[in-house]
Structure formats: C-alpha cells, structure tokens
Design a protein around this ligand. Structure first.
Ligand SMILES: NC(=O)c1ccc[n+]([C@@H]2O[C@H](COP(=O)([O-])OP(=O)(O)OC[C@H]3O[C@@H](n4cnc5c(N)ncnc54)[C@H](O)[C@@H]3O)[C@@H](O)[C@H]2O)c1
Length: 337
C-alpha cells in the first residue's frame, strides 16, 4: 500500500511526506523540482524527477510501487503570475491533472486527494464561507483549480474512484523542528514576507489597503499551520481507506486575523521591528476570507495542534532564520573572491 505524492518536494508536499513517513507509510514522490527541493525529502523516500503530466512515468511508478492512493500537490501557485500567463496555469494545474487522472484510471487507483484552494470562492457573499458557497474565482489560478475539481468529480463518478478535495485557506508556518519550510524565492505569502522583514532580508513590508470595512481596515485571513494541514491529509487518507465517499472540505481554523494583526504578531514574536508601507487596495484582493470548518471537523478525524497565530509565526521565524544562515554560508566570502 504505497501513497504517491506529486509535488512532494514542495512546501506543503514535503511536510506531508514527513508526516506519512513518521506514521510508517510507504511513499513515493514525483516532482519536476520546478519549485521544490530534493533535500526536503527524508532519506530513503524514492523521488522520481519528472512531470506529473508524463503518463508513462506515472503509470510506471504506480505499477512498480503498488500505489493505492494519490495525493496531488504538484501545480503552479502564484496568483499574480496566473493573471500574467493564464495558459501556463491551465496547463500546469488543469491539464497536468487530466493526464495524471488518466494514468490513475488506467492503473485502477481508487483514491485521490487534491490540493485545491479558497481562491475558488472569489469574493464570498458570506463569511465564514462554507463549501456550499458559490464559486466565482477572481484569477486564472482559482479557475484552473475549480476546473480541476469539476474534472475530478466527473472522472471519479465514471470510474469508481473516491476523492477528497481539500480547499486550503492561508497556509503558513513550518515544521516545528525546522527541518523544512517555505523556501521559494519571491514567495508572496504574508507570514513569509513578514519573517523575511524581521530577519533583515527585506527593507519593508507593503500593506495593500487600510480602508476596508474591517476592525483595523486591513484584509482578514484564516491561517492554517502547514503541519496541521498535513495531518488533515492523513485524516483524509484514513477516511477514504474506510470507504468514505467523495467530498470537498475547507481547510482552515475558522478564525481570521487581519494583515496588521499578523504583522504585529511577527514583531512581537521576533522582538524586532521593521518598516511597514501602506499602499492602496490591490485589485483582486478579497477583503475577508475565513473558512466555515464544520464539515471537515465532522467528516474527518482531525484535531489541529497549532491553531495559534504566535505558534505559526514562531515556527515560520525559526525556519526563516535557519534558511537565512544557510544561504549566507553558501555565499562566497569576500576575502576568498
Ligand atoms: N501555499 C498555499 O498557501 C496554498 C494554498 C492553496 C492551495 N495550495 C496548493 O497546494 C499545492 C502545493 O503548494 P505549495 O505551496 O507546496 O507549492 P510549491 O511550489 O512549494 O510546491 C509545488 C511542488 O510541485 C512541483 N511541481 C509543479 N509542477 C509540477 C509538475 N507539472 N510535475 C511535477 N511536479 C511539479 C514543484 O517542483 C514543487 O515541488 C499546490 O497545488 C497549490 O496550488 C497552496
């Protein structure tokens, strides 16, 4: 019983690989390393460097490793990039999943977990937003994920596959042991940017919009710790193995923090101050995005461990400090240049 993770060398996927290995599961990873890092994988985990859209590769891995479930993280994740180059997102998110599903169906894989996103909702009419809410994505990124959800639903119905779609809210934090974390250069995640500022890697942090009708005027987000998210996938896997039916679930804590509160938490936890620049609202930004978590809490056996903003920040900061030190050590020293 092996679990195939596509994108397992990425930020969230690597946390999942560690969680599964620690639980004694057999795993295999396919990742093209476009944004992932082979060093994020625990020793002994087979990594196939290649594309999740390569059906021959996927079929070969499924057959050789006896894959019974697929967790599909591979994809492109930067919303503004998707605005600039929509076709790249429809290719790497929607079309790649089409090929992956084709291979999965041909090989008779019966369980599939898909990384979706709260971006499928667009601007919700009601907050907290439930899975019943209308889906009106504001970006090609969100649309590419929604199209994939629809495709997965149809494929599963036709071929006797069961799936869990997990719609992540704002993923943040890092492995509590600081072994892995978010290392993507130019990442746009708020907590990442703020800890980069706190470690002196950025001169300032921009806040887009301070005139929203929220308590402090800035946008509100529901942050979920990446390790809790990995455990939600483990719970989803157990659910499917127990013959649970196909389902779509929000993944958040159901509590929002404003952008300004989050920055303040980073200042408090790090004990460092950094410049904040206030800028006008950014087109496409959603004011408040908080998950209604009742469905995931009743469907899965999942108990979050790190539902606390300061803990999320502390883990992100510890990882960032380690990453910064390592990157400085790798830089050639002036004296030896
Ligand atoms: N980070 C978030 O806040 C967030 C929120 C919602 C949804 N998601 C989804 O979660 C998934 C993982 O995101 P992440 O933050 O870990 O990003 P990431 O960029 O760190 O990880 C993506 C991984 O997939 C690999 N990859 C990309 N395209 C591939 C392909 N065609 N074939 C094989 N490997 C490929 C990359 O090399 C990387 O290792 C993505 O599908 C993303 O859309 C992320």
């Amino acid at each position: 019983m092996t679990v195939l993770l596509t994108g397992g060398a990425g930020y969230i996927g690597s946390h999942m690989v560690h969680a599964l290995v620690e639980a004694g599961e057999r795993v295999v990873v396919i990742d093209n390393l476009s944004t992932g890092f082979s060093a994020f994988l625990p020793e002994g985990v087979p990594l196939f460097i290649g594309d999740a859209a390569d059906e021959n590769l996927v079929e070969g891995v499924i057959t050789a490793h006896g894959v019974e479930s697929i967790i599909h993280f591979a994809g492109s994740v930067v919303v503004p990039d998707s605005m600039r180059d929509p076709l790249a997102y429809y290719r790497n998110n929607t079309m790649t999943t089409r090929s992956l599903l084709n291979a999965a169906v041909k090989c008779g894989v019966g369980r599939f977990i898909f990384s979706s996103t709260a971006a499928v909702y667009g601007n919700p009419d009601q907050v907290p937003v439930s899975e019943h809410a209308l889906t009106r994505p504001l970006s090609p990124y969100g649309s590419s994920k929604l199209m994939t959800e629809i495709m997965l639903h149809d494929v599963a119905s036709a071929h006797g596959m069961n799936y869990v779609v997990l719609r992540y809210f704002n993923v943040a934090g890092a492995d509590p042991l600081a072994r892995i974390g978010l290392a993507t250069v130019g990442a746009t995640h708020l907590v990442k940017i703020a800890v980069e500022a706190a470690t002196g890697q950025r001169a300032k942090i921009d806040v887009f919009g301070t005139d929203y009708p929220t308590p402090d005027g800035s946008c509100i987000r529901d942050f979920i710790h990446v390790s809790d998210l990995a455990q939600a996938h483990r719970a989803a896997l157990s659910y499917l193995r127990g013959n649970g039916g196909s389902v779509t679930l929000n993944c958040g804590y159901g509590r929002g923090y404003s952008v300004l509160e989050t920055i303040e938490a980073v200042r408090r936890v790090s004990g460092r101050t950094f410049a904040v620049q206030y800028a006008p609202r950014r087109p496409g930004d959603i004011m408040t995005m908080v998950a209604d978590t009742s469905r995931i809490r009743t469907t899965l056996d999942w108990a979050p461990q790190y539902d606390d903003l300061e803990t999320i920040v502390a883990h992100a900061l510890a990882w960032e400090e380690k990453l910064f030190r390592e990157r400085q050590d790798e830089m050639p020293h002036a004296a030896s240049a």
